[in-house]
Write a protein that binds this ligand. Sequence first.
Ligand SMILES: Nc1ncnc2c1ncn2[C@@H]1O[C@H](COP(=O)(O)OP(=O)(O)O)[C@@H](O)[C@H]1O
Ligand SMILES: [Mg+2]
Length: 290
Amino acid sequence: MTLADTVSDTPQHRSRPYRVAVANNKGGSGKTATTINLAAALAEAGYYVLVVDLDPQANASRRLNYVHDPANPQPTVSEAIKADIEGVAADAFAEIGWPEPYSERITLLPSRTDLENRTLEAGVLGAVLRLKKALDGADNDFDIVLIDCPPNLGHLTQLALAASDFVLCVMDPEYDGIDGAVTLRGFVDSKAALLHNPGLQMAGYIVDRVDTRTGAHRFQVETTIPELFGDDLWQPIIPERVAVKDAADAAPPRPLRALGRDGEDMATRFDQLAARLADRIGLALPTGVK
Ligand SMILES: Nc1ncnc2c1ncn2[C@@H]1O[C@H](COP(=O)(O)OP(=O)(O)O)[C@@H](O)[C@H]1O
Ligand SMILES: [Mg+2]
């Protein structure tokens, strides 16, 4: 199955693109790796993607080779949220530092450590809607928005959930990663209305960082995870492979397909997951140059 085979040819007739929060109540589960590599797969297929880095660790920003210059500071997602102005996110959109076609089709709303300061506003009435407000009117020219969440269900993740149409959960196949996924699902089910977003839906569940040599991983992937998530569990699983780390930690960081055969093998898996995502949310065919 390729992305082109599965995407709907029905126009979206929407004023703004679907927004997908990539989340789990657990760090190190592969959220950022999945966000970046799904964005790459979608861009290769011709889609225009906005990646919102909503983690103060700013891993997505760094891995997309966005370079923060302290001598020439630019606004980031933190300022966009703080401003509390509709459409203001556009002022903080940044280019990524990957080659074409990624640099043309992936735009970044970058993060810095000071994003953590936004959590101080959690008690302010209506503050949970500030990311939505910042994006509304700013992201209309993208086909899809992927929001890379921090590893918890606190205020920053709640900003993402309030702004999104779908939640995509990424888990590693260990107890805590699976537990984090179950907690996320329960949170979305029970709190979406309180986040002023009752239509929010789980899109699906991706398993990353699978070490097929580890018996416990095999058991979780073959038994526990399918029992818990059924048809919402997406295939293929993503194995733990050096290429993913090498792409993320290269100087400069680069897309998987720049890493030869091992990178290509992993990128193909993300192509299949991107196809599933497109199918799940009813993404229209790429609209071409915008
Ligand atoms: N499939 C994979 N194979 C190898 N390393 C991976 C894989 N997926 C993620 N990683 C690495 O594991 C670490 C945690 O992944 P990351 O995407 O940062 O998780 P999260 O965003 O959920 O905290 C990072 O060093 C990342 O490069
Ligand atoms: Mg991350």
